[in-house]
Design a protein around this ligand. Structure first.
Ligand code: ZN
Length: 245
């Protein structure tokens, strides 16, 4: 299974505003819509981290390379990419008159973190450091975006370092969350091996009780590597009759 970790950086919308406080901006005061400035990604199990940007190889080149990476992925892992990164990229692809990338499954780690745990903040910076990971690279603030948009080479180097670190952090967080990610794509389907953990692909499952539905009893397993729970799809025993309500 080819797993891609991806993160984008965008430029802000530019608009005329009358006030710095509590103002809704009508569309006719929008001067310039924000766009994707850079994209970084890495493949699971591969050390190389790729960074493409408006600066290099340029906007269209950035889109072409990102489109190819997404198309080659079975699973795309991101942090808030469900409502943010992927739709931003899709809009860019559409504007550039590109076809959709080949379909891929998505795992939004923010969605999982929000749903399953109660951290005081769900920001990647907080969650990752709370879990003992090294966290994000500090950047010089909004000024960094302004300098990048002005084409300053040193600012782009800083953006590259920042964007790349987020992607490495994504993989670390994915590993750290381990068996807490239900419904992730089934590693068995991809490996063709019926004895591995459907979550992480490790071949170290322990029989741990049974799982019951209305109609059947199934062998339940826990992975010794990631802690994920799974169950066999064939029944140990069952019944043909279920209650109705
Ligand atoms: Zn596992």
């Amino acid at each position: 299974m080819k797993t891609l970790y991806i993160d984008i950086e965008t430029s802000p919308n530019l608009a005329y505003v009358w006030s710095l406080w509590r103002e809704n901006i009508p569309l006719d005061r929008l001067v310039d819509a924000g766009q994707v400035l850079s994209v970084s990604w890495k493949w699971r199990g591969d050390k190389k981290v790729t960074f493409v940007s408006d600066h290099s190889p340029g906007h269209r080149g950035m889109l072409d390379e990102t489109h190819a990476a997404l198309s080659a992925a079975d699973l795309v892992v991101h942090y808030n990419g469900g409502p943010f990164d992927i739709p931003h990229l899709n809009r860019e692809f559409l504007l550039a008159e590109m076809a959709p990338p080949a379909p891929f499954q998505q795992l939004d780690l923010l969605r999982q973190v929000r749903k399953q745990f109660r951290f005081p903040s769900n920001k990647l910076a907080h969650v990752s450091t709370a879990l003992g990971l090294e966290g994000k690279v500090k950047h010089s603030g909004f000024d960094l975006w302004v300098r990048c948009m002005a084409g300053e080479a040193s600012a782009w180097r800083e953006m590259e370092e920042y964007n790349k670190r987020d992607v490495v952090l994504l993989e670390e967080l994915h590993d750290r969350l381990g068996g807490w990610l239900p419904g992730a794509p089934n590693a068995r389907l991809h490996s063709g091996d019926e004895t591995v953990c459907p979550q992480c692909g490790a071949g170290d499952l322990r029989r741990e009780g049974h799982a019951y539905t209305q109609l059947g009893k199934y062998q339940r397993w826990q992975c010794r590597a990631c802690g994920a729970w799974s169950r066999s799809s064939t029944r140990v025993s069952g019944t043909q009759v279920r209650s109705v309500s």
